[in-house]
Every structure is written in structure tokens, then in C-alpha cells.
Ligand binder design. Sequence first.
Ligand SMILES: [Zn+2]
Length: 187
Amino acid sequence: MPQEWDIRPRSDTCVNCETSFQDEQDVFSALVLREGQYRRDDFCATCWGQQEPAAAAYSTWQGFFRLPPPPRQPALEKETAESILRRLMEEKDESRRSVIYILAVMLERKRVLVEREVKRPPDGPLIRVYEHRQTGDTFLVPEPGLRLDQLEQVQQDVIAMLGGDPQKRTQEHDEDAAEENTGGDSP
Ligand SMILES: [Zn+2]
């Protein structure tokens, strides 16, 4: 019995005839255990009718194929990491301190902000002092004390706020980091 659960998304095409599903078309799905792995197969009605009774199927169901929703329209005035950071810091919403911290780190990496000082109050969190390179504004950003896995989640949330694709942006960040590393090693 396999231990790992995962969700398999619905295919865009019939597994048998490879015809693309149309919007609101009937789709027949089977979750089949093969070689210790669950595999999901999606069939059009015609191909499903030609199947042997699905004895091997772990479960079967019938549904509609739905075309994915169109991509979200960009907002008229696009929010940037900086505009969101400024807004959230003005709102002084304690629950957003993780988001504020991540935005500040992002802007530091983009060289919009530069870290000027780290304050270590005897009681309370470490505070990073950032300065805006262009305007000279100072941003005092307390560290939220996130664990690495929490940090990851907040990063995804922030990228979503910016209307981006989390996966893509993460890769871009990794590339940025790699460039910075190689740049630092050169004589
Ligand atoms: Zn088919």
C-alpha cells in the first residue's frame, strides 16, 4: 500500500484517443494502482464506453471538463513591492509583519533599499534599518522570527500579492543569487 498521497490534476486530453476535452464535456476518470503508484487516467465518453469494466480502478468518477479561467486582468495601477511595503507599514497591522519583512528583503536584493544598521534591543525583536537609495527614506523593519518553512510560505504570499507566478519568480531569484555569488568570487 503506497504511503504517499498526492493530488493529480485532470488531464486536458483523453488518455486513450488524445482528443482535447472541450468545455463542459463529460470526462470519466479512473484512479488506478499500477506498480505501487496511483495513476490517474481521464477518458472521453466514447473511449470510456470501450473500456473493460474498471475492475483494476481504485476509484472512478464522472465529471465535467472545465476550461481553466482566463488569466486575471492586471490592475489599472500596478502595485509594486515598494508601494505595498509603504502601504502596509503605514497601516501598522501587526499581523503583516512577516510580509513587511519579506518585502523589505526583496527590495534590498533589488537594490532599492540598502541595509544601514541592525538594532538589537535588549527586549524585543531584532530591527533592521533600511534606507531607500533614491529617496533616503528609512524603513525600520523588525525581524518576524520566522522558521525557514514559514519564510517560504510568506514569500509565496508576497509574490502572489505582486501578481506573479510563485514558481517562476522563485527560479528568477535563485538565478539572481547565483549571479551575485559568482560576481563576488571574481578578483
Ligand atoms: Zn477518447
